[in-house]
Design a protein around this ligand. Sequence first.
Ligand SMILES: Nc1ncnc2c1ncn2[C@@H]1O[C@H](COP(=O)(O)OP(=O)(O)O)[C@@H](O)[C@H]1O
Ligand SMILES: [Mg+2]
Length: 295
Amino acid sequence: MYESFFNLACSPFQNTPNPRFFYETEQHREALAKLEYTVRNRRGFALITGEIGSGKTTLIRTLMRRLGSDARIAIVNNTRVSSEQLLRLICQELGVEVGPEKDKSVLIAQIKRFVEHQAAVGRNVVIIIDEGQCLSIDEFEEIRLLTNLESETEKLVQLLILGQPELRNTLRHPRLAPLIQRICMYCHLQPMGFTDMTRYIAFRLVRAGKGRPNVDFSREALQMIYQYTKGIPRLVNLCCDNALLAGYSNDTKLIDSGIVRRAISQMMPNFEGQMTDIVEEWPVQNQEIEDGRRI
Ligand SMILES: Nc1ncnc2c1ncn2[C@@H]1O[C@H](COP(=O)(O)OP(=O)(O)O)[C@@H](O)[C@H]1O
Ligand SMILES: [Mg+2]
């Protein structure tokens, strides 16, 4: 709603893993290059961990776009499923047709046939597990068996596992040692530093701009955003989106610390106020929503 006010073509800080808005910090660039290398050179397994909102899913979406039709990709992010459902999900993602049979070995055989065929025509098969911290040890073993396929020189299925840091605890289990030993690339995504964060904000504004965006963030405003978000992209997006909205409401194109303070005070995880204050504010908020303005 504030886009035209700031000369923007679209919303710059949407929290979606859109590769068009992918900003390459040094660590994101390195992680992406390593993932691409793992897949293209059929090196086997790669593991990426990072706090919630650090950019794991965005990284994977960008990789998928880069690989394009060179790879057949199954992305599994609903990891709270039975192992049979997991296999079915992988079949569905890869486009392997399966009947209603309950026997897991039949499903595995079908996937293997598919993988061998893809290898014969020179295409990579990649299984991506997002939100891997939700997977059980049994499910990881199941996936490992699936990815056992290899020729004399290379792995036929590449497995990329992403998850929150606690995923490392699951993977430490002795039963998963064969899986761990095959991980040829590991990387932990850190939150952005201050300089990266300011460049990230500028990059997204330019990407969304109709020509040059008509908005400025003061240094104090950026410092406040950094202090609040600790450089976690998802929170930076949320904070900047709210700050632009507050700027628009105040009819100003300069986002200063006062505007950011206002934006932060209106963001959801702000439990510092008393509960009674929040309840008292409800009628006002509802009124504003009815007026078509967001809080
Ligand atoms: N490198 C990046 N470039 C641009 N936007 C990013 C980047 N990393 C994260 N984001 C933004 O932050 C949001 C949260 O990132 P996401 O990839 O969903 O994190 P995770 O999967 O680690 O929880 C995304 O919706 C995206 O808009
Ligand atoms: Mg994610």
